[in-house]
Design a protein around this ligand. Structure first.
Ligand SMILES: Cc1cc2nc3c(=O)[nH]c(=O)nc-3n(C[C@H](O)[C@H](O)[C@H](O)COP(=O)(O)OP(=O)(O)OC[C@H]3O[C@@H](n4cnc5c(N)ncnc54)[C@H](O)[C@@H]3O)c2cc1C
Ligand code: SF4
Length: 542
């Protein structure tokens, strides 16, 4: 049975849920639909939620829409993998290609606060050269931004989220201290450290967006490990509990359970958005529209908004909208150890090595990858054993009984941009009456070579740490990127260096879809840094 916030609007009548108090409310400013607001933002995740805050704080009138519900984590979230599926984007999507992507829990969310409500909180900066992969490293394409500029915005986001990290981060240019101290490592993290030490490479505590000390009304992490199903204590610094309360305070309006189905244009400019809420299609006028629905829903909305002026979809004069879809490789190595590890205790990743993001020698492929200790919850673990090792019936039950002794390492690896990996519209329609997206994806030879290298290396690390009965999980991906690439040239990109459509001057994109390449680290810190950067660009341009 769907729980209440999935059925009933919570934001409205001059108030929005207070995410820090069970049953509580905070005041929310509201705008009339005929009132032409400065910005209509589609999506309130890492990109849209951060931007809504920064634009409202800059004095702009902002209405942000999200198809998902407005949760109060303290009263709505259970420590239960099945119940918490309510946070995932599980609407119908058609997948094909030679490596069809698993959609849903592992790569997209549907909630006020976006995928960050159930993300794993790993908060990393790109290696500077990864912003210029083509000119510095000879693959992919360059970003139209300089790493030094991004470094300033990373500082801002790490402070806004009170990232808990090590005193000294071993990789990359010199940087300041993390705002909060690192979390203590669990047993699984100690195995990463032991293996890395034996192989002679650096490791450190993973920088995480969960509190290691109190912050306002939020308590520190209690290490129960349900982070990827939504944190019920508010220790996790998701967009829902960080940028959005600030956005409301600054006068933004957030409309929950509001699915935007079309952007209207007139005389070459966006005029507002059509959205379905409480069973009726409505229209919000806006001076600017910002799309922040993530790498599937952003191109889908722009394609669905095709009209006689823009017959191939909005922002698509290059023909690249929806193309260059990227994920990240998420293969793993697992093993058994004699001591009771209970890897699932604490955030999934408490130790990391970025060695292979910064070391280019010894590779027969382009790109970088990091690897982290892992702690899957029971259903996820059962799926890994069934899918990765073919265990079923009694064999699966027997292996599950040994779960407390399993240790594992998972990679986050760079997938290159290929035009044939893409999002298009199918002929089927979904529950909103909108075309279902088709997601076509295939790995290339470069990715296969990286997987082989990474899984061998992680396996060697586990062996060096003393793990036996080792096996490799060869089929997993995570995160999304690309499909509305930013660039310097309108012929080879969808948005310009300010994330503004080359074709429609008051239409912008602000989410993971603008990534020209995805690097070898998790993307959310970079998405939030880009959103802060975009807010400053908007202040200069509008
Ligand atoms: C299980 C999991 C673990 C992850 N772990 C990490 C991690 O440890 N570190 C990290 O950096 N990243 C992690 N990520 C990835 C990270 O969460 C995403 O990259 C990031 O949240 C993407 O930001 P975004 O703004 O592009 O999209 P999202 O945060 O997904 O936000 C998009 C929002 O738009 C809404 N939306 C979409 N289309 C419409 C529409 N038409 N109308 C209205 N609303 C719409 C959606 O409901 C959603 O709320 C993880 C993701 C998942 C799923
Ligand atoms: S381990 Fe920490 S961040 Fe994860 S769900 Fe528990 S309290 Fe939240």
């Amino acid at each position: 049975m769907p729980s209440e916030p999935e059925q009933q609007l919570r934001a409205g009548g001059g108030r929005a849920p207070d995410v820090f108090t069970p049953g509580g409310w905070v005041p929310m400013r509201e705008y009339g639909e005929a009132e032409e607001v400065d910005f209509a933002i589609v999506g309130t995740g890492a990109g849209g939620g951060t931007l809504a805050c920064r634009l409202a704080e800059a004095g702009f009138s902002v209405v942000a829409f999200d198809a998902g519900a407005y949760w109060r984590p303290l009263e709505d979230f259970a420590s239960d993998e099945t119940e918490q599926q309510k946070l995932y984007w599980t609407d119908r999507r058609i997948v094909d290609g030679s490596h069809p992507l698993k959609m849903g829990s592992n790569n997209s969310g549907k909630s006020v606060g976006g995928s960050t409500v159930h993300f794993a909180m790993v908060s990393l900066r790109f290696r500077p050269e990864h912003f210029k992969a083509r000119s510095k490293l000879g693959y992919g394409v360059d970003w139209p931004v300089d790493w030094r500029e991004m470094w300033r915005y990373y500082d801002e986001v790490e402070d806004a989220l009170k990232i808990a990290g090590p005193v000294s981060y071993p990789w990359g240019p010199k940087r300041g201290r993390y705002p909060y101290r690192a979390h203590p490592m669990n047993a699984a993290a100690n195995y990463l450290a032991k293996g890395a030490d034996a192989l002679g490479i650096d490791w450190t505590e993973t920088p995480l967006a969960t509190l290691s000390a109190p912050r306002g009304k939020a308590h520190p992490c209690v290490y129960r490990g349900f982070c990827v199903t939504g944190c019920s204590t508010n220790a996790k610094q998701s967009v829902l509990v960080t940028w959005l309360p600030r956005a409301l305070k600054a006068g933004a309006e957030i409309r929950d359970l509001a699915m935007v189905g079309r952007i209207e244009t007139k005389n070459g400019r966006a005029t507002g958005v059509h959205y379905l809420r409480a069973g009726a299609w409505r229209f919000q006028k806006a001076k600017n529209v910002i799309v922040a629905g993530y790498a599937i829903e952003t191109p889908r909305l722009l394609l669905m908004s095709a009209n006689s002026e823009f017959p191939d979809g909005l922002a698509n004069s290059s023909g690249l909208l929806g193309r260059n879809l990227m994920v990240q490789l998420n293969q793993a190595a697992w093993g058994q150890v004699a001591d009771e590890v209970r890897s699932y205790k604490g955030p999934p990743s408490l130790a990391i090595s970025e060695h292979w993001n910064y070391e280019d020698r010894g590779k027969d492929y382009f790109g970088g990858w990091s690897y982290m200790s892992q702690g899957p919850l029971p259903i996820t673990w059962a799926k890994s054993l069934a899918g990765g090792r073919g265990l079923w019936g009694q064999a699966l039950i027997d292996e599950m009984a040994r779960n407390n002794h399993s240790v594992g390492l998972k990679m986050v690896g760079e997938v290159l941009p290929y035009e044939h990996n893409r999002v298009t519209l199918s002929d089927e329609t979904d529950q909103y009456g909108l075309p279902v997206p088709r997601i076509t994806f295939s790995l290339g030879e470069n990715e296969q070579a990286m997987i082989a290298h990474a899984t061998d290396f992680m396996d060697r690390s586990l062996e060096a740490a003393g793990a036996a009965e080792r096996w490799k999980e060869m089929d997993d991906t995570c995160h999304l990127g690309g499909t509305a690439r930013m660039g310097d040239d309108p012929a080879t990109s969808v948005v310009d260096p300010d994330c503004r459509s080359w074709d429609i001057p008051n239409l912008w994109v602000c989410d993971g879809s603008v990534f020209p390449t995805v690097g070898g680290v998790n993307p959310s810190l970079t998405i939030q840094a880009l959103a802060c950067r975009l807010a400053d660009r908007v202040k200069a341009l509008c």
